[in-house]
Every structure is written in C-alpha cells, then in structure tokens.
Design a protein. Structure first.
Length: 241
C-alpha cells in the first residue's frame, strides 16, 4: 500500500482529471449475518408477532435482490461510489476475472493471477435497475485507459464488466454501443465484457475502506472528490422513467 499512497502525491493532478481512480482493498472472506438475539423472556405476543413480520419482510426483500459485478480501478473507490446508490443493499470488494483460486491481495498485485479488483453489488431491482448501475459504472471511472486508473497501474485495475446472465450481457453491450455511437469519450472504450466465473471477497481490511478511513490521504484526495462529483451528476440527472 505504501507505493499506492506515494503514487497519489506524485500523480494527484493527473488523477483528479480522470473519472476513475482507486486503490485495491476489500473485505476478506464471505460475509455472514450476525445471529439475532433471543427474544427477551416475558415478551408480549404482539412483540413476537412484530418480530416475525420484520423477519418475513427482510426475507422477502433479500429473495428479490439481484447481483452485479464491476471493476474500474481500485475497489476502495468503486465500493464507496456504489454504496451511495439508492437500492443498493451491499457492496463487497473482491477479486474476479482471473484463473488463480482464492487469491490474496499480494498475489493479485503481482499481475500474475489474471484477477481484477472488483466490487460485487447486491441490489433491489424494484428500486434501481441494472441499466442505472451501468450508468454509474461508466461515469465513475475512465473506461478508455487500458490497465490503469489514475495513479493505479496494472492489469488488476482494468475496466471490466462481469455479467451474471444473458440479460446483463445484452444490457452491458447495448450501453457500450450507445456510448460509442454518441462519442462520449475521445478514445475507444477498452472495458472487458466477460461472464463471471468466480468471485473472491478481498481481505477484511479492504472492506468499507472509505467509510472506515475517510481522513486517510488517498481517501481525502481521490475518493472524496469522486463522490462529490458523482453526487452532483446524480442530482443533475433526470429521474428514471
């Protein structure tokens, strides 16, 4: 991580000019919900009923959640961006797109695993659509820079969409073609579009990095400005039909 923070100081002017910037870090291991506390002895029947109702609603919500996986530079930044999106229930930083099982951050940094730093998003399609998530993805990084985003350079920082089904593949391809036809970017889009095979959650210290370390230099100089920019874009965009 030392080299990454050093790069921030050296490349801050260039970095702030790009849409996509972020270092690599993520939560480790699979996440598990904490067990609910036992009901207090002597609780009323009404209390118990309310508890069952709450759990039933939560279960119904979880059952309709869908998953999206994107990579666009350091996952610290992409994670912070998607955590702001209404309808997104969770964002997990991790590794995908490579061939080595259960990679560590150090292994991915060598560039020999083939993995990219990515985020896996659980979202409610009744609140936010996959097309809307694609819009956030494109706007949150520079999809025309090959194997780099700002000061972060390497194949692990490549722009990549890992689709979970045919509908996502078609939606991603359509949005890519629309951006190309509209000449939104001065250079060709180099984003990979591949099926998701395996997703490996990153180490625990990489998870919710911006939320837990907002005052660190990388977060203050790169992630915070990105979040402000994305908030302005969201407020100025017309509501989805």
């Amino acid at each position: 991580m030392t080299s990454r923070f050093a790069a921030v100081t050296l490349g801050i002017v260039v970095a702030l000019g790009l849409a996509g910037i972020a270092p690599a870090q993520q939560k480790g291991g699979s996440t598990q919900a904490q067990p609910e506390e036992n009901a207090t002895q002597g609780a009323t029947k009404a209390d118990a009923t309310r508890g069952k109702s709450t759990r039933a609603k939560a279960g119904a919500t979880e059952s309709r959640l869908e998953t999206a996986t994107f990579g666009g530079g350091c996952f610290w930044c992409l994670e912070a961006v998607f955590e702001m999106v209404p309808g997104v229930k969770s964002v997990v930083s991790g590794y995908a797109g490579g061939t080595v099982p259960n990679p560590s951050y150090q292994m991915v940094c060598t560039g020999l695993t083939g993995h990219a730093e990515v985020v896996q998003i659980a979202y409610d399609p009744e609140v936010v659509s996959y097309d809307q998530l694609l819009k956030v993805f494109w706007e949150s990084h520079d999809p025309t820079t090959l194997n780099s985003q700002g000061p972060d350079v390497g194949t692990q920082y490549r722009s990549i969409i890992l689709y979970h089904n045919e509908a996502q593949r078609q939606a991603a391809r359509k949005s890519w073609q629309a951006l190309t036809a509209a000449r939104v970017y001065p250079s060709p889009i180099v984003t990979e579009l591949v099926p998701l095979k395996w997703f490996y959650p990153a180490e625990r210290y990489h998870q919710d990095y911006y939320r837990e370390h907002p005052n660190e230099q990388y977060c203050r100089m790169l992630i915070a400005p990105k979040l402000r920019m994305m908030k302005i874009k969201a407020e100025s965009s017309p509501p989805p039909r």
